[in-house]
Write a protein that binds this ligand. Structure first.
Ligand code: ATP
Ligand code: MG
Length: 499
C-alpha cells in the first residue's frame, strides 16, 4: 500500500472526560477504497474516536491528517468541509418535514429551494443507492421507522460525496433486509474509492465487510490486522485480553410446570398466538423484522392490550391490560429500546441498577435495600460494566454499557417469567457470553425465559425450543434438536402465513 492511499491518519490520540481516560495514544488509518473496522469492548473508546473525527471536540493530544495534510477540526462543519462524514448512531430527524428536506438539510444550496427539483433529486439519490423501495422522498420525518431514520442519516452523508465516511454501529437498528442494502451501499462507496470506517460488535459483519481491523482496549491501541491474516479467536483475544469459547451452549435444566401460556392471543399487531413456556425453560422467538416479535413481548407485558384470547400465568387466566398487571403477575420485561424506555440517564449507575419493579404504574420505584444493591453490584461486575464508579451518571456511559445496566437489573430481579428482547444488541463479545451464562443460570433456578433475537446463532445457542413468527403469527415451532438456521429462515418467510 502506498502512502497516497491513506485518506485519513490519526496518531497519538488522547482524550479524557474528567478523570476518565477514554483514549490513550490511539492510531487509526483509513484507506481509500477500503473498509476499516474499529472493534473493542463496550467503553473501549470507539465512539469517542469517531466524535473526534467528526469535530465534536478536539483531542487532548495527537494529530489528524487527511491526504497527508494536518487538519484541525474545531466543529463538525470543519470535518465536513474536509470531506469527512461520521454517521451518528442516533439520527437527528426533523419530524415535520419530508425525507427530501431531511436529507438535503445543510445541502440545500446545491439544489435550491424548488420543491419539485428537491424531490426529484432525492428520488434519484435514493435510487442510485438502492433505497428507493425502502423510503419515499415525500414521507414525513415523523412517519419513519428507526431503520428508515438511519437510512436518511446515511443518505444525508452520501449526497455530499464525501471522501471518508465512518459508521458507528449502523446495523443495530436495521433489519436483515436493510442490512443487505447497507452492505451493498458500503461496497459501492468502496468501489468509488471512498475510505470507510466501521464500528460494530458483530463479528460476522466484520468478516463480510472489512479489509482491515483496528482493535482498541481500555482506550489504548492494541493493533491493526488485515482481515485475511486474522480470525475470530485472535480478535477476541485482542479485544478482551483473554480467550473465550466460540459460542455458548446451554445446559438444559429439568422442566417444571407451564408457567406462561398464551391461547389464541390477538390484537392489532399479533394474531391467534398459542405459546407455552415452562419453569426452567428458555424459549427463543425468531423471525424477520416486522414479524411481530417485539409486539408480542409488549402484549405479554401489558403495553398493548389483547383483544382476543387469554394469557395464563401458572394455569390462571390473568387480565393484562397495562404494564402494572404483568408486573403483578411476575413478568419481567427488558425491552429492545432499552435506553429510551428503561434508563434514568440523569441518575447514577447505582440508582439505575437498584431500581426494582414494584406494583407501580410508572413501573419503577427506588428501594433502599442493601442486599439488592449488593446483588446489582455482582451483576455489574459480571457484565464488566465499564464505569469509573457506581456514582457515575448513566448518561455518561458508553452505549453498550448503558445496555448492560438495564440488563443487569433485570437479570438480578429474578421474576417468575422473564422476557428479553434482543438482550445482546450493542453488547461486546465478552459480556455476551456472560449474559448467556446468566440466562442459563436463571433457567436452572426455575425462571421461565423468552428470548427474542435476530441473531440466529444466538437463538440456536440459548434456546431449548424455538417459535418462529411471520406476519404477526406463529409460523412454526422447533425443538432444539430439530432447529437449524435453514429451518428457521424457511418458517420466517412462510408465504402461507404471510398471505
Ligand atoms: N460524556 C462523557 N462523560 C464522561 N465519560 C464519558 C463520556 N462519554 C464517554 N465516556 C467514557 O469514555 C469511555 C469510552 O466511551 P465510548 O463511548 O467511546 O466507548 P465505545 O467504545 O463507543 O463503547 P460502546 O461499544 O459501548 O459503544 C467510557 O468509559 C465512557 O464511560
Ligand atoms: Mg459507542
Amino acid at each position: 500500500m502506498t502512502q497516497e492511499s491513506i485518506a485519513l491518519r490519526a496518531t497519538g490520540i488522547t482524550k479524557s472526560y474528567g478523570p476518565v481516560k477514554a483514549l490513550r495514544g490511539v492510531e487509526l488509518e483509513l484507506r481509500s477504497g477500503e473498509v476499516t473496522a474499529l472493534m473493542g469492548e463496550n467503553g473501549a473508546g470507539k465512539s469517542t474516536l469517531l466524535k473526534i473525527l467528526n469535530g465534536d471536540f478536539r483531542p487532548d493530544e495527537g494529530e489528524l491528517s487527511i491526504d497527508g495534510m494536518p487538519v484541525d477540526f474545531g466543529d463538525p462543519s470543519d470535518a465536513r468541509a474536509a470531506g469527512l462524514r461520521v454517521i451518528a448512531q442516533e439520527p437527528e430527524i426533523i419530524a415535520a418535514v419530508s425525507v427530501a428536506e431531511n436529507i438535503f438539510v445543510g445541502n440545500l444550496g446545491s439544489v435550491g429551494y424548488n420543491r419539485t427539483a428537491l424531490l426529484r433529486r432525492t428520488r434519484d439519490e435514493l435510487e442510485r443507492w438502492g433505497f428507493h423501495r425502502t423510503i419515499r422522498a415525500e414521507a414525513l420525518g415523523s412517519e419513519l421507522s428507526p431503520a428508515q431514520r438511519q437510512i436518511v442519516e446515511i443518505m444525508r452523508a452520501v449526497v455530499s460525496r464525501p471522501r471518508i465516511i465512518c459508521f458507528d454501529e449502523p446495523t443495530s437498528s436495521l433489519g436483515d433486509e436493510e442490512v443487505t442494502l447497507l452492505f451493498a451501499l458500503i461496497r459501492q462507496l468502496q468501489a468509488e474509492g471512498i475510505a470507510v470506517g466501521y464500528v460494530s460488535h458483530r463479528m460476522a459483519e466484520i468478516f463480510q465487510l472489512a479489509d482491515r481491523i483496528t482493535v482498541l482496549r481500555d482506550g489504548a491501541f492494541v493493533g491493526t490486522k488485515l482481515v485475511a491474516d486474522t480470525d475470530h479467536d485472535e480478535l477476541v483475544r485482542m479485544m478482551v485480553g483473554r480467550d473465550l469459547s466460540q459460542f455458548f451452549h446451554r445446559d438444559p435444566a429439568p422442566l417444571g410446570e407451564i408457567v406462561l401460556e398464551l391461547r389464541g392471543v390477538g390484537n392489532q399487531f399479533v394474531d391467534g398466538v398459542d405459546l407455552t413456556v415452562r419453569a426452567g425453560e428458555v424459549v427463543g422467538i425468531a423471525g424477520l423484522v416486522g414479524a411481530g416479535r417485539s409486539e408480542l413481548m409488549k402484549t405479554i407485558a401489558g403495553d398493548y392490550p389483547t383483544t382476543s384470547g387469554e394469557i395464563l400465568v401458572s394455569g390462571q387466566a390473568r387480565r393484562i391490560r397495562q404494564p402494572s398487571d404483568s408486573i403483578r403477575a411476575g413478568i419481567g420485561f427488558a425491552p429492545e429500546e432499552r435506553k429510551a424506555e428503561a434508563l434514568l440517564l440523569q441518575r447514577s449507575v447505582r440508582d439505575n441498577a437498584a431500581l426494582v419493579v414494584l406494583r407501580s404504574l410508572s413501573r419503577w420505584i427506588f428501594v433502599n435495600n442493601r442486599a439488592e444493591r449488593a446483588l446489582a453490584q455482582e451483576y455489574i461486575d459480571r457484565l464488566r460494566i465499564r464505569t469509573p464508579s457506581a456514582e457515575q451518571l448513566v448518561g455518561n456511559l458508553s452505549g453498550g454499557n448503558q445496555q448492560k445496566v438495564v440488563l443487569a437489573r433485570w437479570l438480578a430481579t429474578k421474576p417468575k417469567i422473564l422476557l428479553l428482547d434482543e438482550p445482546t444488541r450493542g453488547i461486546d463479545v465478552g459480556a455476551k457470553s456472560e449474559i448467556y451464562a446468566i440466562i442459563d443460570e436463571l433457567a436452572h433456578q426455575g425462571v421461565a425465559v423468552i428470548v427474542v433475537s435476530s441473531e440466529l446463532p444466538e437463538v440456536l445457542g440459548v434456546s431449548d425450543r424455538i417459535y418462529v413468527m411471520a406476519a404477526g403469527r406463529i409460523s412454526g415451532e422447533l425443538p432444539r434438536s430439530e432447529a437449524s438456521e435453514e429451518r428457521i429462515l424457511a418458517l420466517a418467510m412462510d408465504e402461507d402465513v404471510a398471505a
